[in-house]
Design a protein around this ligand. Sequence first.
Ligand code: MRU
Length: 337
Amino acid sequence: MDGYSPFVFSDNDEFIVIDQRFLPQIRKVKLENLNDTCIAIKDMIVRGAPLIGIVAAFGYYLAIKSSSNFDELEQLSNLAYENLLTTRPTAINLRWAIESQRSLIKDNAILPVEKIIKKVRANAFGIFEDQKKADYKMAQNGILLFDKQMRILTHCNTGSFATGGIGTALGIIKYAAQQNLVKEIYVDETRPYFQGSRITAFELSKENINYKIVNDSACGILMQKKLIDCIIVGADRIAKNGDVANKVGTYCLAQLAKLHNVKFFVAAPESTIDRSLNNLSEFDIEIRDSNEILNVNGVHLAPDGAKALYFAFDVTPSYLIDAIITEKFIYRPDFEL
Ligand code: MRU
């Protein structure tokens, strides 16, 4: 259960990613430079908070690798930082990964440029490897919360396609299934991108793990009928007090879970915690192009001229969360991260 690889970065720097917009169909895209990387993140060819960070780190390397002196290196580094930072605003992992690349360059200014470039390449692989290790540790920590065979609901895609490893929330679910700790997995569709029915379901199928896809709006009836023991989701950003920004719909699930006495767990690497924010009450939510709601694969789903409002994320206040699982700890309320 090593997961499915969402990208390959070869010895000769060929960077190929799976275009996640078409999954479960496999289409591949080659990223040759900074611009390709920015488009891939912005247009959701690659997605998922940790994976966005990893892809940005490799894109950073592509952006600076041709530098012939330190001035040029610094200039290209700043350009990469500024362009990548604005591609997707919610996932803190993106900023974290590119800050790591930028400071590596600054901290090694005394070295020959070729050596710094090699370090930047190695750092991208390092960020990727660390994420894979963190995923396993999260899975090991996560199953400590399973006191019986669980019936689980999950939202969005938090698996290999979101991290490059076994995943965060989905990593826990896969690992628990392997340990025979899972009775039922409900995968919600996660409109409008269908990360649940297209990507999470694809991963579970590949691992021969049984699941059922449910429409997003069925979460209420599922809980009312007592078909769910716990909900496990990922996170794009977590504040110091445990407030969680995650794929839109998470907040509705958390509210309903509280009402129906269903446990609500969040799984994310430590790199998703933004300790510069005390809470997320003022957090700016990414609003994406309304066409992404109004069209699915080129098919228009509303009357001509219809307007839409597409918040891509929401904030779940920490009082609705029973535990936050990272590779280091299981944090419990009252959260002080
Ligand atoms: O818009 P996306 O698909 O990039 O959304 C981000 C996410 O993958 C989810 O919000 C997820 O739950 C957190 S990332 C493991």
